[in-house]
Design a binder for this molecule. Structure first.
Ligand code: CP
Ligand code: NVA
Length: 312
């Protein structure tokens, strides 16, 4: 089977087959080996890649900038507040102009339809660095981390606690494609987007994945290979209702009591930034099962893989 990436947008993992996602992670592992032995890998020399971030970011921004620099290309940080976008220039005009200067555009924004619009009006690839709906770059690094710690061919159980938002959606997509068990603990009333549910239900029928929502965190964490926590109040809509969420989500926390029902060798993952005392306690993120900083490192390797495959 021929895998073709060159020139493709990376807007959601729903656009890629299992084999294509595996290939990205395999390439990321090669980049990780090159990077750890300090072997230069400047396959994108001379290219210019724009980063347009409309929400805060530490990991995604810096890992992309480092990845672009290691690949020999130039990262250009585009501040939306000083662009004509801030005065109402339409996305379709901005996109066609940026396309003349850049070899790819990495965007972090609100609605998924925004990255879709850029992609529609740009010939060069658009890479989603987080929308409200999905966080595909996080999903790739999460899969790589699970493979590294739990093996590539295991049907793992993931016990997830945290906002039902981009990171959860991308992990649901990954779990459905790879036939994983994913148990999601959340208070009633917090439900996934129906575009994701439709995809995940259909995919799970084909792969045998099992994705379950529960109000019982112990049920979600029971015998889990992976405990995954995420904030209760994401950027965008949810942060407006932070006070309500702090009340609704009380107790939905990875702590020594709730994780005691997981497998003894479980790994603790978190996309970060994390809020100690809310979705997890200090003992858990700092404890021996935590792999959160390996996971954060893998952001750079998977982004390098995506860039090296899609940038023309
Ligand atoms: N996990 C993640 O995307 O982190 P940042 O918001 O810091 O980029
Ligand atoms: N769910 C989080 C992820 C941050 C990386 C948010 O969107 O705020």
């Amino acid at each position: 089977m021929r895998i073709r990436f060159r020139g493709r947008d990376f807007l959601t993992l729903m656009d890629f087959s299992r084999r294509e996602i595996e290939f990205v992670v395999e390439v990321a592992m090669d980049f990780k080996r090159l990077w750890s032995s300090r072997v230069p890998h400047r396959s994108l020399e001379g290219r210019v890649i724009g980063l347009l971030f409309e929400k805060p970011s530490t990991r995604t921004r810096v890992s992309f900038m480092a990845a672009i620099a290691h690949l020999g290309a130039t990262p250009l940080q585009l501040n939306p507040n000083v662009m004509q976008l801030s005065r109402g220039e339409p996305i379709k005009d901005t996109a066609r102009v940026l396309d003349k200067y850049l070899d790819a555009l990495v965007i972090r924004t609100f609605g998924q339809e925004i990255v879709e619009e850029y992609a529609e009006y740009m010939e060069n690839p658009v890479i989603n660095a987080l929308t409200d709906l999905t966080h595909p770059m996080q999903g790739l690094a999460d899969l790589m981390t699970i493979w590294e710690f739990k093996g590539r061919n295991r049907r793992v159980k993931i016990g997830y606690v945290g906002d039902i938002w981009n990171v959860c959606h991308s992990l649901m997509i990954i779990s459905s494609i790879f036939g994983y068990e994913m148990w999601i603990a959340r208070p009633k009333g917090y439900e996934p987007d129906k575009r994701i549910v439709e995809f995940v239900e259909d995919m799970s029928r084909r792969t045998g994945a099992n994705i379950v929502f529960t109000e019982d965190i112990y049920e979600a964490f029971k015998d889990a290979d992976v405990i995954y926590a995420n904030t209760w109040h994401s950027m965008g809509g949810p942060e407006m209702e932070k006070e309500k969420r702090l009340r609704d989500w009380r107790g939905y926390q990875a702590n020594p009591d709730t994780v005691s029902v997981a497998k003894e060798d479980y790994i603790f993952m978190h996309c970060l930034p994390g809020y100690r005392g809310e979705e997890m306690t200090d003992e858990i993120i700092e404890g021996p099962n935590s792999v959160v900083f390996h996971q954060a490192e893998n952001r750079m390797h998977t982004e390098k893989a995506v860039l090296s495959l899609v940038v023309p």
